[in-house]
Ligand binder design. Structure first.
Ligand code: ZN
Length: 425
């Protein structure tokens, strides 16, 4: 489907920000954070008596023992400092609730965006300083990214996908309505054939997406009969990955069924989301290619099945036990894991519980923390975060006690800093 192309209007804007003096003061400000411990997530070393110096929005030292003159000192006591946490699979503008299926036909993009403001605040308060949002409507996630970057809202940094790309009538299409209601277009991510798939990528990027999300297979929370059948063809997926790569953008693939997982990995996606039915072939292909698995596995223990329509409920009941077992299988086989929760399907304030579930599935506490820090940063292509090191963004979280002996300590963050600003203390 094509849009009428209107003549571009270019606005020249030369306004001086009113807060320039404030920004200048902030960029020079020095804060020293002291804590009993700091976890080096790269090595697993627990550094005692940590002292981190932050200048403006960056970490400038992690070993300093002297406090620079004029620095603000934050003494956090018996806590462990960690890099700000990263959730690589959220839907911040959505919440699964009884009847939430009729929402797309009733809500405006403004409603959707405001829900995102609420959910982002909850995630930031839990300790997430970056989220990759893999599917929203109305480019609300792009607007939220801009609001977060401008400091208008208390929110993690956002890497938005815009609309998930999917086939007509597939998992990422709004189905169950009569013709004419909620019809899709390449702008809203619906594409059939390689040409439209390429156009849909371009449309998302045009309106601000920083990652492309595709529905490689059917899914649980949509009204097609299958849970896992491949939806985009091999050719369509290859076209999407190639087009995204031309723009330096990665592709994340929602995939439950084995055949679709394998096709998406072969097409070159950076991550398989969910990966419920992966088998030995899929596992070895992912290891060979370095494809990440984003397991979104806490939801398998906690999704409220009672609120789902019967078809969706029976699909969930059949796939979730298989998905749980296969996450363990992938962990044991050494597939690269990045942390992601599908927050929306679970309440955003519970996304943090994924860490404990990853340990239940077989990861070490350090492995789970790495999934939500260095691994997720690697998957997102954001080298400026995910560790506590000089030159990186001052995204810092403190949790009580020692998370290597009690992973649930992560569920009780007492301090959250993003870009040198304190959001929770
Ligand atoms: Zn999702």
């Amino acid at each position: 489907m094509r849009l009428l192309r209107k003549a571009a209007v270019v606005f020249a804007c030369v306004a001086v920000p009113a807060s320039q003096a404030d920004s200048q003061a902030f960029s020079d400000s020095v804060t020293v954070i002291r804590a009993a411990r700091m976890l080096d997530v790269s090595t697993g070393n627990m550094v005692q008596n940590a002292v981190i110096t932050v200048t403006g929005d960056r970490i400038t030292s992690v070993t300093g023992s002297t406090v620079p003159a004029g620095a603000r000192v934050i003494d956090l006591g018996n806590v462990t400092l960690l890099p700000g946490l990263i959730d690589a699979h959220t839907h911040v503008t959505s919440n699964l609730e009884a009847g939430s299926y009729v929402r797309p036909a009733r809500e405006t993009d403004a409603d959707v965006t405001v829900r995102g403001v609420r959910n982002l605040r909850l995630m930031l308060q839990s300790g997430f300083t970056t989220v990759r949002d893999v599917g929203s409507t109305g480019f609300a996630d792009v607007a939220l990214m801009r609001a977060s970057d401008a400091g208008w809202i208390d929110a993690p940094r956002i890497i938005p996908a815009g609309h998930s790309l999917g086939i007509t009538g597939g998992h990422c299409d709004h189905t169950g309505w009569k013709p004419g209601v909620l019809e899709g277009s390449t702008v809203t991510g619906i594409a059939d054939g390689p040409d439209e798939a390429v156009e849909a990528v371009r449309q998302q990027l045009k309106y601000g997406a920083k990652v492309i999300k595709i529905c490689a297979t059917a899914g649980v929370l949509s009204f097609e009969e299958s849970v896992g059948a491949q939806q985009f063809s091999d050719e369509e997926m290859r076209a999407i990955v190639e087009e995204a790569a031309r723009h330096g953008v990665k592709v994340a693939a929602h995939a439950h069924g084995t055949q679709g997982i394998i096709a998406a990995v072969r097409a070159g996606v950076a991550s398989i989301e969910h990966g419920s039915m992966l088998d030995d072939e899929a596992i070895s292909l992912m290891r060979q290619r370095g494809t990440y698995l984003v397991p979104t596995t806490y939801l398998a223990d906690s999704i409220d099945l009672r609120i789902l329509p019967p078809l969706l409920r029976s699909k969930a009941e059949s796939i979730l036990p298989i998905a749980r077992a296969n996450v363990t299988r992938a962990i044991r086989a050494g597939v690269k894991i990045a942390f992601g929760t599908d927050a929306a399907v679970i309440p955003h304030e519970h996304a943090i519980r994924e860490f404990k579930t990853l340990v239940d599935r077989g990861m070490t506490p350090l492995g789970a923390i790495q999934a939500g820090t260095i691994n997720a940063a690697d998957l997102l292509g954001t080298a400026d975060r995910g560790r506590l090191a000089p030159g990186l963004l001052a995204d810092i979280v403190a949790v009580p006690g020692n998370p290597l002996s009690d992973i649930r300590a992560l569920e009780r963050a007492t301090f959250v800093m993003k870009g040198g600003r304190v959001y929770k203390q």
